[in-house]
Design a protein around this ligand. Structure first.
Ligand SMILES: Cc1cc2nc3c(=O)[nH]c(=O)nc-3n(C[C@H](O)[C@H](O)[C@H](O)COP(=O)(O)OP(=O)(O)OC[C@H]3O[C@@H](n4cnc5c(N)ncnc54)[C@H](O)[C@@H]3O)c2cc1C
Ligand code: SF4
Length: 312
């Protein structure tokens, strides 16, 4: 799969000035509308090789321009944790347009950031008005200057596969390399302005993988999660877990892979005692903001739910 993005650069209207890439446009267009920004928009859709899924012995490559709906449909058998997450986010209309690259690189949904008359770290300011203001949907793992969670559900699922990301400038980045750890509150991702995410690479599928995805949400549908979790397990003939990948989102500066909880689960038969211990352990290190204490119970609940689903 080869991608030539230079075509897009060549088409930049005056070769200078602000520009921004657009894939599905489901995040970008709303941001341009609400903030009134008018950068040059370089459309990535239609770039040859940008969309599509390729399977090989070494693994599976997902072009950055592949839609979320395609991932949900075509990877359900081989990568169920990723496919279930893709199927569970946003709405059918958004999933039909939104791309894998755009999902990973979408900007924060914080209402201060998206308001045309407020300024914060992420919009060029030097403070976080949400921290002392309203942050009902904010982090419960308060480990960064910006208190709003990273919005990418796919990033959370990709963590459980230890997927890697290629760009026009670098190969083999981890999801953590792309999203950072939130310590720079100005950034939602660490790609350069002129760096295009070209593909995501998954390891080969694992036979017998079981997976579950679950979210707590503030209305019936069409909303970002208050807390979400995804889990994939492989079990041996005796029902003992030989591999576990577990991650949560909607609660921290970036999605979190819960390695310590995975360690509790591996080797067990996923009995009630282990599920209880794992759900409790998932909240270790939580440090709620004044308005986000309710998310501790949600984290425990979504983790319990995915574990019970893969156990059943
Ligand atoms: C009602 C609603 C509910 C939603 N719920 C969820 C949810 O639960 N979970 C979730 O994860 N998302 C959710 N979303 C967000 C949605 O998934 C994103 O808007 C979408 O994935 C963005 O993809 P896109 O291709 O449209 O990106 P675009 O809007 O085109 O781009 C997003 C950003 O990424 C940059 N970009 C895009 N592709 C590339 C690339 N290849 N290289 C470099 N830069 C790039 C753009 O410049 C832009 O800044 C929701 C959206 C809506 C409207
Ligand atoms: S720094 Fe983050 S949480 Fe604070 S106002 Fe900006 S986007 Fe919102």
């Amino acid at each position: 799969m080869s991608v030539t993005i230079l075509t897009a650069y060549d088409e930049r209207p005056d070769g200078t000035g602000d520009f921004v890439y657009r894939a599905g446009g489901t995040d970008l267009q709303e941001r341009l509308r609400t903030t009134g920004a008018t950068p040059h928009v370089l459309d990535l859709t239609g770039v040859p090789g940008f969309a599509g899924i390729e399977r090989a012995d070494a693994g599976t490559t997902i072009g950055a321009g592949t839609t979320v709906a395609t991932v949900a449909r075509e990877l359900a058998h081989d990568y169920p944790a990723l496919a279930l997450t893709a199927a569970g986010l946003a709405t059918p209309q958004v999933r039909a347009m939104a791309t894998v690259g755009g999902n990973l690189l979408q900007r924060t949904r914080c209402w201060y950031f998206r308001h045309p008359h407020t300024s914060c770290f992420k919009s060029g300011g030097d403070s976080c008005p949400a921290r002392d203001g309203r942050h009902l949907y904010g982090n419960v793992f308060d480990t960064a200057p910006c208190v709003h969670p990273h919005p990418s559900s796919l990033a959370m699922a990709l963590l459980t596969y230890a997927a890697t990301v290629d760009t026009t400038q670098r190969d083999g980045l981890s999801v953590g390399d792309v999203l950072g750890d939130g310590s720079d509150p100005r950034r939602d991702h660490l790609l350069a302005d002129d760096e295009v995410l070209t593909r995501v690479v998954l390891p080969p599928p694992v036979a017998g993988e079981r997976a579950a995805y679950f979210r707590a949400i503030s209305r019936f549908e069409a909303e970002w999660p208050l807390a979400e979790a995804v889990c994939r397990v492989v079990r041996d003939d005796a029902g003992r877990v030989t591999h576990c990948g577990l991650a949560i989102g909607g609660v921290a500066p970036t999605p979190l892979r819960l390695s310590a909880v995975e360690d509790l689960v591996v080797g067990s038969t996923l009995g009630d005692d282990v599920v209880d211990a794992a759900a409790t352990a998932a909240t270790q290190g939580a440090s709620p903001l004044p308005e986000t204490g309710y998310k501790i119970e949600l984290v425990e609940g979504v983790v319990r739910e995915v574990l019970e689903r893969v156990a059943s």
